[in-house]
Design a protein around this ligand. Structure first.
Ligand code: TRP
Ligand code: MN
Length: 447
């Protein structure tokens, strides 16, 4: 095989690529992107890889969370801050409740492209191209809005840069300090049962910190109390964009996709001979693959061979999205095959994507109970095979949306109309997310 380069994928079949109407405009946009500064730096991607190696060894847990699809319209400091608040709350619940370190990985600052099962959809009797994310076109249901526009690739880069900038400021500049635990509990969350349960933990953390200070420990000198390492990830779907941001690391000479710390291939683009897997095979970042219910042990082994030939802990994460009713049956054979082949992968549960259905009112939704049932089935499967349940991958927002059913507020189908603002899949709101974190902490403790 000849040497891999960031453009090797171009000779291979690439699923789910937008049909850009203006080839020349696309080339210009990609050329511009390739001159812009990297968003993340290779050393950070290696740090995430090392953190994931701890997860692979059963010594840490991965929390990967964020929007299904980030929006160009809902782009404010408040929405980024509120998303971070709920992720920090979940991390506190998991860390405090289990005594296990939590690796925090946002599905954010680059999650702008969506694969779709059907190229077209019918809205109000008119057939229009399916929505593929704001990196490609607008979500308004008109043929004009859905025309792919390459200038959006550059807009996605800039929005990623400013999102990442704010996240870095928040996570390193005092906002994520453990002395701020109470502040992350938003009002509409604090008033709920989970919110109160969270307050109790926050109070205990305060007491523990006061105790350590009274013992003479200099808490100011303990950097880890005052900041968190927060990493970013998205689906590497639009390969021209990913290629343009792939650079050679001056330190090691290796290629890194500098659009995010971790990139994944979706269940629809994980063909071993396809362009997406080829692209990820050559970058030094930690990478992941989503596995749907159709994935066979042979499929998974082929992915392991290509994406983790060196059998390196932290390199490859496998994200199972199998469905609440099927995970306990489908996951063990995959885990056993991977184990037998000697790949030290991280196993993660995405309890969202295989539990989606249409409400009677025509809204895509999910039941929190199904989401929790899939996580619980994932833990059972891992227990059967002796694998470490390495983490969860969830779609959430810090807002008080009504997109998923159930939870302590008992959102029912009629409520979906109230605050349904996602541009793609239904997300857990902040209360439902906290609820999930408590359940995961319990499952981890029970294991
Ligand atoms: N830095 C530690 C960690 O990331 C402790 C910590 C600081 C923390 N702020 C946090 C943990 C916020 C969870 C949430 O684990
Ligand atoms: Mn989704």
């Amino acid at each position: 095989m000849s040497e891999w380069t960031p453009s090797t994928w171009r000779a291979l079949p690439a699923e789910q690529q937008p049909e850009w109407p203006d080839e020349h405009a696309l080339e210009q946009a990609l050329k511009t992107l390739s001159t812009l500064p990297p968003l993340v730096f290779a050393g950070e991607a290696r740090a995430l890889r090392a953190a994931l190696a701890q997860v692979a060894a059963g010594k840490a847990f991965l929390l990967q969370a964020g929007d299904c699809s980030e929006s160009f319209n809902d782009f404010t400091a408040d929405s980024i801050r509120d998303k971070l608040k709920v992720i920090l709350q979940m991390a506190v619940v998991l860390t405090y409740g289990t005594g296990t370190p939590v690796v925090k990985l946002g599905r954010i600052a680059g999650q702008f492209a969506k694969p779709r099962s059907a190229p077209y959809e019918v809205v109000n009797g008119v057939q229009i191209p399916s929505f593929r994310g704001h990196m490609v076109h607008d979500d308004a249901p008109t043929p004009e809005a859905r025309r792919p526009d390459p200038s959006r690739l550059i807009a996605a880069y800039h929005q990623s840069a400013s999102t990442l900038n704010l996240l870095r400021a928040f996570t390193k500049g005092g906002f994520a300090d453990l002395s701020q635990v109470h502040m992350w509990n938003q009002q509409f969350v604090a008033s709920s049962r989970q919110g109160q349960r969270y307050e109790a933990i926050a109070g205990e953390i305060d007491r523990a910190l006061r105790f350590m200070a009274a013992c003479g420990i200099d808490l100011r000198a303990e950097e880890s109390l005052h900041q968190v390492d927060f990493y970013t990830s998205h689906e590497a779907l639009v390969l021209g964009y990913e290629e343009a941001l792939t650079r050679r690391d001056s330190l090691t000479g290796a290629w890194y996709d500098t659009s995010a710390h971790l990139l994944w291939v979706g269940d629809r683009t994980r063909q071993p001979e396809g362009a997406h897997v080829n692209f990820l095979s050559g970058v030094g970042n930690p990478v992941a693959a989503k596995l749907g219910p159709e994935a066979t042990a042979e499929d998974v082994l082929a992915l392991c061979r290509i994406l983790d030939p060196g059998r390196e802990p932290g390199r490859l994460t496998l994200i199972a999205r199998l469905g609440a009713g099927r995970v306990e049956r489908l996951l063990p054979p995959l885990q056993e095959a991977v184990r037998a082949a000697g790949h030290p992968v991280v196993w993660v549960c995405d309890p969202m994507h295989a539990n989606t259905f249409m409400s009677d009112g025509g809204r895509k939704t999910r039941r929190l109970d199904d989401v929790l049932a899939e996580i619980s089935g994932f833990f059972s499967a891992c227990r059967v095979t002796g694998s470490w349940p390495g983490g969860v991958h969830v779609e959430l927002t810090g807002d008080s949306v009504t997109e998923c059913l159930g939870g302590a507020e008992e959102i029912v189908e009629d409520d979906l109309e109230l605050r349904y603002t996602t541009t793609c899949d239904p997300r857990l709101n902040a209360r439902q997310s906290l609820d999930l974190a408590f359940q995961v902490a319990e499952l981890l403790r029970a294991g």
